[in-house]
Design a protein around this ligand. Sequence first.
Ligand SMILES: Nc1nc2c(c(=O)[nH]1)N[C@H]1C(S)=C(S)[C@@H](COP(=O)(O)O)O[C@H]1N2
Ligand SMILES: [Mo]
Length: 354
Amino acid sequence: MADKAAAGTEPARAVPRPWVVRRAARRTNLALLVLLVGAFGSGWLVFAAGGPTMATMATVVHGLFGVAVIAMLPWKSVIIRRSAGLQVASVLLLVIIVGCLLAGLVQLLVGYLVVAGITPIQVHIGAAVIAVPLLIWHVLRHRRQRLRPSDLSRRALVQDVALAAGVAAVWGGATAVAVRTRPDRPRASTGSRPVVPGPVAAVVLPATTWLFDTVPEVDLSTHHVTVVGGTVTVDELVAWAQPVTARLDCTNGWYADASWDAVRLSDLIGAAALDSAATLRVRSVTGYERAFPAVEAGWLWLAIGSRGAPLTPTHGAPVRLLAPGHRGFWWVKWVAAVELDDRPSWLQPPFPVQ
Ligand SMILES: Nc1nc2c(c(=O)[nH]1)N[C@H]1C(S)=C(S)[C@@H](COP(=O)(O)O)O[C@H]1N2
Ligand SMILES: [Mo]
């Protein structure tokens, strides 16, 4: 635009606005595309990360991408205002991305809450998933945004570095605020907040389904678990169980430190069998399953109750898995079998599909 103004094709502004930092439209559009792809990808990493180090890295990167998307919006709004004939789908895309950002902000500052049956994370992910086809359409429909040498100039680079520093500062500020909001419900490294503070009985947890699984009808009087070919009855598990406190951290944005009565898997499976296997697979009566490296058997538990009371059907009665350090979707409910095999556990899909 600057060249055109100099050539006299655009009237000079009456008032110079030196505080308005100009940015070529193609640079804004390309940056936004890269940032949206990064935000989407890092969002899945937040879901996949269980341990504090990975979770912290993933949430930091995801948060930085989110703030960077917001930082582009003033420039994008200039592009939108100048464009002739807005497409309905493009406007929808904008609305969905803004909604996604707002829901992410609610999760950051408030955390898990249910309004009209849905949670901030459900809105956040739902919006992100709907945005994908719209964004692909939007990119294909518009002219290719080719960078020019001036976009890679020193000046442009300095602008981007300054912008990145600003994004980091805003992210730092937002995170500092998030530590102060709801101090009785501190954020975990995954971004989740306690659904109820303190160690609780399992019954108070929100009964949660990953995608389409349903609470099965299990005959509590005959149910048993097949453990590496052998049979373990519920009564045996009840007899051997010890109290354990473990954090269930659901990808829906909540966690709970709950008390369980449970038996360690490494106490049910012989050491020799565990040593020679790569993978330990835990399967539900519904077919839902998760595979773990066999070496984790010492940190995985079969729970039959909580604080002396049996599990309720929605929480996995009569037997469910505890997988501390793994997100909630690893905590297989209504366990039917525990099996060993030689295929590495990372061959399974990163997320359950039911
Ligand atoms: N079989 C089965 N197990 C499952 C699920 C499921 O849908 N099916 N949901 C998982 C998810 S996403 C979470 S967060 C926990 C929730 O446990 P809760 O319902 O006891 O709170 O169970 C996990 N175990
Ligand atoms: Mo979950």
